[in-house]
Ligand binder design. Structure first.
Ligand code: GLU
Length: 424
């Protein structure tokens, strides 16, 4: 398959992802009694910028990369959300991701709307210097529409604190003053927050614990499968292992490792590379598809979109499915899982720990006063537990599935803010 058709296949998939997000937004707004015009406002981002970023590569040639920044809704406050570096990034994907960020901010009650960025590139094949040039070029290209009180980027798939540092430095140079509040997920020495690196996984851990309580499952000894060994997946494997759970399978983009007795997580964490690749060091791997269908108590997709679909939803054996990734389960699959009585903790709730601690980071940058790790963790815990209860109770009282409940909780604040501003 050539690169072009490969990309258009992803585009088709992402368009479907966006369409299903819009379906749930529409249902949520209807349930909450908002007029059609509110849906018209919230179904797409307010702003979408496409940029072209020329980068001089190490071999002397120039490559021009395509990047995006979507700002979904800024009625509540500045937009907020990560930047993804991935070869499959497309415009509809970035749009869907920006809408999900708005929902996350609503669910954990942050003073933000959602934003998202992406660059079509494969950082696994680029040198440190090329990545720096690309990161800086992206900031120069979007600098007019972002800022600490406008739109605040952060890490996402294949971006990390070093990339945030370059981006912060570039922005500060453009503005001619130090602007740590421009971006979150920075290294500690540049104004990063304690607890940010592990925040998404910590939030997911709290969600697993709360969901397990509802289902009467003891975390100690529970069999857990984690798809993806990046920032969220790898720290989550550690936290689950530390809590006495049996992590029986993990995976990366190339394959999966399985041991019914529980994998040696500390050993795997030591050997993973910075992109979360690990399975290439082992012979006895199974496929990602096989892994998702293994018998387990808790399944956590922590990688990419569209992993649980109508093709495999009937084969999922878990009692609880917690979405650490954005968009891993399609709408048809959500319906099948709901009918089968599997407790689903949807992405916009489960992965909101990352943006929550990003908010703490931004607050600390604005205050110039830095908190202890205990303080960050205590506040994160409180916010995530409340958010879970809120969504869980909404699902029960309104007789809807957990995804629709999360959308109802998530969309309300931005709809109210848009109404008060007189937009709708
Ligand atoms: N990229 C993360 C997410 O999808 C974090 C965003 C942020 O910290 O602003 O939630």
């Amino acid at each position: 398959m050539n690169q072009q058709s490969d990309h258009s296949i992803h585009e088709q998939e992402h368009l479907a992802l966006l369409a299903s997000t819009q379906v749930v937004i529409k249902k949520a707004l209807q349930k909450l009694g908002y007029p059609e015009a509110m849906y018209e406002l919230l179904k797409e981002p307010l702003r979408m910028l496409t940029v072209r970023i020329p980068v001089r590569m190490d071999d002397g040639s120039v490559r021009v990369f395509t990047g995006y920044r979507a700002q979904h809704n800024d009625a509540v406050g500045p937009t907020k959300g990560g930047v993804r570096f991935h070869p499959n990034v497309t415009e509809p994907e970035v749009i869907a991701l920006s809408i999900w960020m708005s929902l996350k901010a609503g669910i954990v009650d942050l003073p933000y709307g959602g934003g998202k960025g992406g660059i079509v590139c494969d950082p696994r094949t680029m040198s440190f210097r090329e990545l720096e040039a690309l990161s800086r070029g992206y900031v120069r290209a979007i600098s007019q529409v972002v800022g600490p009180a406008k739109d605040i980027p952060a890490p996402d798939v294949f971006t990390n604190s070093q990339i945030m540092a370059w981006m912060m430095d570039e922005y500060s140079r453009i503005r001619e003053f130090d602007s740590p509040g421009f971006i979150t997920g920075k290294p500690l020495v540049l104004g990063g927050s304690r607890g940010r690196e592990t925040a998404t996984a910590k939030g997911v851990t709290i969600m697993i614990r709360e969901a397990a309580k509802k289902r009467g499952i003891d975390i100690e000894g529970a069999r857990v499968i984690i798809q993806g060994f990046g920032n969220a997946g790898s720290f989550l494997a550690k936290f689950m292992h530390d809590a006495g759970a049996k992590v029986i399978a993990i995976s990366d983009a190339y394959g999966s490792l399985h041991d019914p007795e529980g994998l040696d997580i500390p050993h795997l964490l030591d050997r993973r590379d910075s992109f979360g690749t690990i399975t290439n060091q082992f012979k006895n791997t199974i496929s990602n598809k096989e892994m998702l269908e293994l018998d387990c108590d808790i399944l956590v997709p922590a990688a990419v979109e569209n992993q649980i679909t109508k093709e495999n939803a009937d084969q999922i054996k878990a009692d609880i499915l917690v979405e650490a990734a954005n968009g891993p389960t399609t709408l048809e699959a959500t319906e099948i899982l709901h009918k089968r009585g599997i407790l689903l903790v949807p992405d916009v709730l489960a992965s909101a720990g990352g943006v929550t601690v990003s908010y703490f980071e931004w607050v600390q940058n604005n205050q110039g006063y830095y908190w202890s790790e205990e303080e960050v963790e205590k506040k994160l815990e409180e916010i995530m537990v409340n958010a879970f209860e809120n969504v869980y109770q909404t699902a029960h009282s309104r007789q809807v599935d957990m995804r629709l409940a999360a959308y109802m909780v998530g969309v309300r604040k931005m709809a109210e803010a848009s109404r008060f501003r007189g937009w709708v």
